[in-house]
Design a protein around this ligand. Structure first.
Ligand SMILES: Nc1ncnc2c1ncn2[C@@H]1O[C@H](COP(=O)(O)OP(=O)(O)OP(=O)(O)O)[C@@H](O)[C@H]1O
Length: 279
């Protein structure tokens, strides 16, 4: 399994000098990103660093204050056509069945696709159940199926596993990875779990104060496991990057804070091979 390849249904995502301002607060500042079709990008960073704002800009819920965010498929397509989001809460309609929830808002005739995704998520025998009788992990798999029924070019995942217990979380991660490998959409996942970011990402971006301060390429075979020494090492690198700019908050810094890194706009084409691209 690989994050790159020629046969892809995913779209390229390009952000050019994107700022997002809320009053006096700059939630995103000078974001320059180039995400290739079918790439799996994960995003980590402290609370309030701008991760969710980036996803909201990408799905069209927010407009940049400056700059442009573009989804480039065979042609430039509107975010609402090409981009789907899965949030931490599944947001299902309690009075609709699993199958009905999955098909809501989707194109007609997508029952077969919905059944296929639900089946792959282990819900093939729960199609006529209502959300109230499902577990948290099952509900989240319905939310994932609902997003994929639209055949998105880009799938945005905003802490989708955050509320799940550890075992259910591992199952959900594997499901997302296998669906991504099969359908080749471009995936952008926000997570607070640095190991999860390494397990799933072709590239991990570290956000701080609305900027990308680090980009870590993960060139490891898939599926990956937390027990891989390299996974642990890269997770440590990410923690270091997250906390080094404010060691008094995290206390994990082993290096001096990098004064210059966050001040300069970054261009983040995924570097080949394992390593950290510094900007
Ligand atoms: N609608 C809004 N109005 C005003 N400020 C906002 C709004 N949305 C976000 N912000 C601010 O923008 C900054 C970035 O918020 P964002 O939700 O993107 O952070 P985050 O990295 O996703 O945080 P978390 O990990 O806690 O979810 C924060 O300072 C937040 O207070």
């Amino acid at each position: 399994m690989s994050g790159s390849g020629d046969q892809t249904a995913g779209a390229r995502v390009v952000l050019e000098q994107v700022d997002k301002r809320y009053g006096d607060r700059l939630a995103l500042s000078g974001i320059e990103l180039d995400i290739r079709p079918g790439e799996f990008v994960t995003i980590v960073g402290r609370s309030g660093s701008g991760k969710s704002t980036l996803l909201r800009v990408l799905c069209g819920l927010e407009q940049p204050t400056r700059g442009a965010a573009r989804v480039l498929a065979s042609r430039e397509v509107a975010a609402r056509e090409a981009v789907r989001v899965v949030f931490q809460e599944p947001r299902l309609l309690p009075w609709r069945t699993v199958l009905e929830n999955t098909c809501i808002g989707g194109p007609r005739g997508r029952d077969a696709r919905a059944r296929d995704v639900l089946d792959r998520g282990g819900l093939g025998d729960r199609l006529n159940d209502y959300p109230g009788v499902l577990s948290g992990g099952q509900r989240q798999r319905v939310a994932l199926a609902r997003a994929l029924v639209h055949d998105p070019k880009v799938l945005l995942l905003d802490e989708p596993f955050g509320a799940l217990d550890a075992l259910t979380r591992i199952g959900a991660q594997r499901l997302v990875e296998s669906l991504w490998a099969q359908r080749r959409f471009t995936a952008i996942l926000v997570t607070h779990d640095v190991e999860e970011a390494v397990l799933l990402g072709d590239r991990v971006l570290v956000f701080d104060e609305g900027r990308v301060v680090e980009s870590v390429a993960v060139d490891l075979p898939r599926p990956r496991a937390r027990e891989f020494p390299e996974v642990g090492r890269l997770a440590g690198v990410l923690l270091d990057a997250i906390f080094r700019r404010s060691p008094e908050e995290g206390g994990l810094s082993r290096r001096a804070p990098r004064e210059d890194a966050a001040r300069h706009p970054t261009t983040l084409l995924a570097p080949a091979g394992l390593g950290i691209a510094r900007h």
